[in-house]
Design a protein around this ligand. Structure first.
Ligand SMILES: [Cu+2]
Length: 445
């Protein structure tokens, strides 16, 4: 079962660098879509690697190019499936010369659909939503659905990736193959009036089976429904639009705003427990099987298996990176950080991420973070508050050298915040991975 993964580094990189790269490839390799004048993304076989490592049957080998985006010369990009108005789906199997990040796009978006998702625009007008995941692995698999597929690193050296797409499909839009952007509405489910819901595949007596990739304006939960269930059934989790028609609810919470999910059910939706509307861009590639009913026990078993997998992988500390494991690691890190956020005695300092910083200009007055440079004492906490309407990151390191690994907020959505406690004296530079002109520093005495 495909899981979800960490958005952090990926998003930043993707938006800043990948998009430029993909935009370039649009102009170079796609018939439909915006025309962008940029270098051609080349697909070449690297002779040295070919000698070292035989290409497995069915695989293709691609070497990345410098990301063509101005200011992103330190990134590498390889487009595997060029942007299309059809929906690609499948299982990407990759074996690269170093850890790579995985990208799929949704769009182009219509006017007004850009409402807080991770967005990239080649020209300021044509916009795509981005699903960016980082398994921190050179080798693995990824179930994806989207209008383009690429892989990426934040390194200056080219990487080579052997890949193939199993169960490959490139399908036109239909009742079960959809890509788009939608805003949530108040959940019509009885008892769910304080929640928000966006239905992607409407309830049907057919059983949908497929892959969802999504990019939302906040963390969302993934929902499938089974049913309507019979009067003699009493599923543990239910959803009913009217108090009479009962569906069994399968609910997955990846605690992420972007990712992929392999699903099966009589309906597909995404959801939050907030009262505010969210926006989600998505690609779904599914098939519908008539007259079949999803088995209740099977669904529960799948959920249990999923949970067990997460625990086992974490305990054994296997390095076969999966969506689930990445998710677990993220959760653990967040827990640690929260612990650090509650020091006894030391001070918390506030740094704003100001409005308008998603376009260059703030760097001219060193005002991309306010204050951009702050001095604190060891044990103090810095809390960054994103007052902008765009998402940003607070990432230790520099645009030139990349993340230091000391701290990383991942994507901080509009109105959200991020805190980190500095226990050790020193000087800590940081930057925004989405907008590499945004830099700041923390000096700890
Ligand atoms: Cu930013």
């Amino acid at each position: 079962m495909a899981g979800i993964d960490n958005a952090g580094i990926a998003i930043a990189i993707a938006i800043t660098a990948i998009f430029l790269g993909i935009a370039a490839s649009l102009g170079a390799t796609q018939d439909a879509g915006p025309t962008v004048s940029a270098p051609t993304v080349t697909k070449t076989v690297e002779p040295e690697m070919e000698k070292v490592k035989p290409l497995k049957s069915g695989y293709e080998r691609v070497t990345s190019d410098i990301d063509p985006g101005v200011g992103h010369e330190t990134h590498q990009l390889a487009v595997l499936l060029a942007p299309s108005d059809k929906v690609y789906s499948g299982e990407l199997r990759y074996d690269a010369s170093e850890p790579i990040q995985l990208v799929t796009l949704h769009g182009p978006l219509a006017d007004g659909e850009d409402k807080g998702q991770a967005i990239w625009s080649p020209d300021g007008e044509t916009k795509f939503a981005l699903t960016f995941v980082d398994h921190k692995s050179a080798k693995g698999t990824w179930e994806f659905s989207g209008n383009a597929l690429a892989v990426h690193t934040m390194n200056t050296e080219p990487f080579t990736v052997d890949y193939k797409v199993v169960d490959y499909a490139e399908k036109p839009m239909s009742d079960t193959v959809v890509t788009g952007t939608t805003m949530s509405v108040t959940d019509p489910g009885v008892g769910h009036e304080s929640h928000q819901l966006a239905v992607l595949l409407a309830p049907s007596s057919d059983v949908y089976s497929g892959i969802l990739s999504y990019s939302a304006s906040e963390n969302i939960q993934l929902v499938t429904l089974r049913g309507p269930v019979g009067a003699d059934e009493n599923p543990a989790k239910t959803w009913t639009p009217d108090g009479e028609t009962i569906f069994e609810l399968t609910f997955v919470d990846p605690k992420n705003a972007m990712g992929s999910w392999e699903f099966k059910g009589n309906a597909l939706a995404v959801h939050t427990m907030n009262t505010d509307q969210f926006t989600v861009s998505y690609s779904v590639s599914a098939t519908a099987t008539a007259g079949q009913n999803v088995e209740l026990e099977e669904e529960i078993h799948m959920e249990e298996t999923h949970e067990e997998t997460m625990v086992e992988e974490t305990h054994e500390e296997t390095h076969e990176e999966t969506h689930e494991e990445t998710h677990e690691e993220t959760m653990v890190e967040e827990t640690h950080e929260e612990t650090h956020e509650e020091p006894a005695g030391p001070t918390t300092h506030t740094v704003d991420i100001p409005t308008g910083t998603s376009v260059p200009g703030c760097e001219e007055s060193n005002a991309c973070y306010l204050p951009a440079d702050i001095t604190i004492n060891a044990g103090d906490t810095v809390e960054w508050i994103n007052v902008d309407t765009a998402a940003h990151t607070v990432t230790g390191g520099s645009p030139a050298d990349g993340p230091s690994g000391v701290f990383d907020s991942s994507l901080v959505m509009a109105s959200a915040n991020y805190a980190f406690t500095f226990d050790d004296a020193g000087s800590y530079d940081y930057f925004c991975m989405v907008h590499p002109w945004m830099v700041g520093s923390v000096t700890v005495n």
